[in-house]
Design a protein around this ligand. Structure first.
Ligand code: GAL
Length: 733
């Protein structure tokens, strides 16, 4: 299905629905909105978790030429929370259940030449026939058409999907792509072709084979053929190839279809994860796809940026908790070499028959949509932390294996000794809640599985609710948050009976009143909702090899009255330097080395301890930490005795925004002292103002949180056809 025409722009929206909205012209003159869209912008916290639960109506008109009328018309919805009915020119044209799955709606028999009207009636209530709803859930799901909508004008036969299947034996890659052809015409002889190009655009392989194309939907697998000269995809060198596929009858090309692929061997074994035969420990985070104020309604650039952050902080894995996520995020994981565990929507609860029908549909849809991403190594086919249901989960596993024999299945549980129907026993291990000591931070797999043999095993959550930590908590709390992450990471890296671990979680997120800190936020992230790192994030980033980046990040605000009894130490330094030298009271107080409390990390945290109990009446001085590699000083970090607010540092994501889409730019604003350290406890207000074709996402007035804040501005699309450039001014301070 090529020639995707974006239908993201020029919609109308209203809360509620009534029959007269189906009458043509009802929305004429109403203000326009653009996708991605949320049914209601929310405050940062303290709002009702029912604020987005509503029926709402979206309208868009479109024109079709006489020529297009002879073709098939298909509309693609990538994500609508949580249910919708579609009407074309006043007539009901279909519906879709599930807020995270893609829907293709054929509207050929409803369209006319000239102007047409499309109405989408969206139900964003937490309906108990749709997973994850029906009981309590620890996250918000918002509402609206929050991902892209596209239109396709197609011949009577087109390529509905392409699973670029292959296997690798020794060094040989054998491919047998599977085409899904939708043909509403008579049977015909068709030729299926594809070309495979590298990132320079050079074609490396072409293939064409002829088949009898039946009427209706059929699946056609090309005969196996060898691909030569290809390089494998892996986490360090994520090499990708572009596949351009097309179908012809005896005269014409009927349709084409592009996918991006990468070739790799993933093996989940009892002794760990192997990527292309190489033992690889997966170090990842869980990611919710929500953002402040607009929930899920964030487009391309912000989705990509989340993957960039994970890479920057040295993660090679992510779990898309607890649902299928944006193609922009997954594409970026492909590009960066981040291993993805993608799962179906669910949270703790199993509903009735209709609910379970949607579960099965979700498994199929997840694989049909995301099959070609090389980054995905495992499908999650249980609803997160639901009880055993062997009948249902035998089916979800069967579907996953039928559509994709090449990948393992997992299914996340909180239970020990639960029915093991998947390939990997995936378990949320919070045993460290009671004992944060070094030895007991993760259970051995047999304690969990209660099996008498080792099986492929993975920890899919740790930390989270066991130690919620706010960016403005006191230093001691944030320090302990980092210590616990470090101990669990060390254990993850040391053990040989697991594929790895995913921490809970990357980013703080909005949640229901049943969970979180009572303000509708779960402060479980190693980053806050604005994607600003807490101390714990530095634990991971400092494990990078120094060839990539030298890190020297003291985890302290270096103030004499912050901790109980005025002690500065102990404090931690996250660094990949060999050792550090610390200056306090105007002199060097010694050299400090990686602490054996964090044995197992490539770069254990350094703990600075110094008995300063007798120093209280000595004047405090500027402080300094120097990092050394091979005996040479390579990095320096300074602190002020007399810290005062000196300036605002602003980090701007991009200088250029597209006005052909709703593009976003993130600004990170930090109030800092004379050494650029954040004024963490500052209490003030920002006023953000935009000019030109830009809109602020969220409130105009806002306060920093932990000395920082970030905000996003979005472009207001002005022109459908061109990618214009909107240069915008720096924010007013
Ligand atoms: C888990 C759950 C997550 C999150 C986490 C908090 O049990 O799967 O969604 O709620 O707890 O620690």
């Amino acid at each position: 299905m090529e020639n995707r025409e974006s239908w993201n722009l020029h919609w109308h929206f209203t809360e509620g629905f009534s029959e007269d909205m189906l009458i043509e012209g009802f929305f004429d003159g109403a203000p326009e909105i653009h996708l991605p869209h949320t049914v209601k912008e929310l405050p940062y916290n303290y709002f009702s978790h029912e604020a987005t639960a509503m029926i709402s109506t979206y309208e868009r008109s479109f024109c079709l030429s006489d020529e297009e009328l002879l073709k098939r018309s298909v509309v693609e919805f990538e994500g609508v929370m949580a249910y919708f009915d579609l009407y074309i020119n006043g007539k009901y044209a279909g519906s879709h259940k599930g807020g995270y799955s893609r829907a293709y709606m054929e509207i050929t028999s409803f369209v006319k030449s000239g102007k047409n009207t499309m109405i989408v009636v969206v139900d964003s209530h937490e309906r108990d026939d749709i997973p994850p709803f029906g009981f309590v859930i620890d996250y918000l799901t918002y509402g609206g058409i929050y991902r892209d909508v596209s239109f396709y004008s197609l011949e009577s036969a087109y390529i509905a999907n392409l699973f670029f299947r292959y296997d690798i034996e020794r060094d040989t890659i054998n491919s047998y792509p599977e085409f899904v052809i939708d043909n509403n015409g008579a049977p015909f002889k068709g030729t299926l072709c594809y070309s495979l190009s590298n990132s320079d655009g050079n074609i490396i392989h072409t293939e064409s084979q002829t088949f009898d194309i039946r009427s209706g939907k059929s699946t056609i697998v090309m005969a196996k053929h060898q691909l030569e000269g290809l390089k494998l995809w892996d986490v360090d060198k994520p090499i990708l190839y572009d596949v351009h596929a097309w179908i012809t009858d005896d005269k014409n090309e009927l349709d084409s279809h592009d996918v991006r692929v990468g070739f790799r061997i993933t093996e989940c074994r009892p002794d760990g994860f192997y990527l292309n035969g190489k033992y690889t420990k997966i170090v990842g985070m869980n990611r919710h796809q929500s953002y402040p104020y607009i929930g899920y309604a964030m487009g391309r650039r912000a989705q990509q940026a989340d993957a960039d952050i994970l890479k920057e902080y040295n993660f090679n894995g992510v779990r898309t908790s607890h649902y299928m996520q944006s193609r922009y995020f997954l594409d970026r994981c492909d590009e960066l070499g981040i291993l993805v565990f993608e799962e179906i929507p669910g949270w703790g609860h199993l509903g009735g028959d209709e609910f379970k029908k949607v579960v099965l549909q979700d498994v199929k849809s997840m694989i049909e949509t995301d099959f070609n991403h090389p980054s995905i190594f495992m499908w999650g086919v249980r609803l997160n932390e639901s009880g055993d249901d062997d009948e249902l989960y035998t089916k979800t596993n069967m579907i996953a294996h039928r559509f994709d024999p090449s990948r393992s299945t997992g299914g996340v549980r909180y239970m020990q000794g639960s029915s093991f129907l998947e390939d990997v026993y995936t378990y949320n291990d919070f045993c460290h809640a009671d004992d944060p000591g070094l030895d007991n931070v993760q259970l051995d797999q047999r304690q969990v599985t209660r099996l008498d043999r080792d099986v492929p095993y993975m920890v899919t959550e740790y930390m989270g609710h066991t130690f919620p930590t706010k960016p403005f908590d006191n230093e001691k709390k944030r320090d302990e948050h980092a210590r616990r992450h470090a101990r669990i990471l060390a254990r993850t890296l040391l053990r040989r009976d697991s594929l790895g671990s995913f921490g809970w979680c990357a980013f703080d997120y909005n949640t229901h009143g049943d969970c979180g800190s009572g303000d509708k936020i779960c402060y479980h992230g190693i980053f806050d909702m604005f994607r600003i790192p807490k101390y714990a994030a530095w634990v991971y980033r400092s494990q990078k090899p120094t060839s990539e980046e030298i890190i020297l990040q003291p985890l302290t605000n270096f103030a004499r009255g912050e901790k109980d009894l005025n002690g500065i130490t102990p404090f931690l330094v996250a660094t990949n330097c060999d050792y550090i030298e610390v200056f306090m009271y105007g002199r060097s107080v010694g050299y400090y080395y990686p602490s054996d409390k964090f044995f197992g990390l490539p770069h254990p945290l350094i703990e600075v301890t110094f008995d300063d109990s007798t120093m209280w009446n000595i004047p405090w001085q500027d402080g300094k930490v120097i990092g050394y590699i091979n005996g040479e000083p390579v990095a320096e970090y300074c602190y002020a005795r007399d810290a005062y607010l000196q300036r605002m540092n602003v980090k701007q994501e991009t200088d250029v925004l597209s006005t052909a889409e709703v593009d976003t730019c993130r600004f990170e604003v930090k109030l800092v002292d004379q050494y650029s350290n954040p004024c963490e406890y500052i209490n003030t207000v920002f006023h953000f103002v935009t000019e030109g074709d830009l809109e602020l996402i969220g409130p105009e007035y806002t306060a920093p949180i932990g000395g920082h804040i970030a905000f996003w501005v979005k472009s207001v699309p002005t022109n459908l056809a061109n990618v214009c450039q909107a240069f915008f001014k720096r924010i007013k301070e």
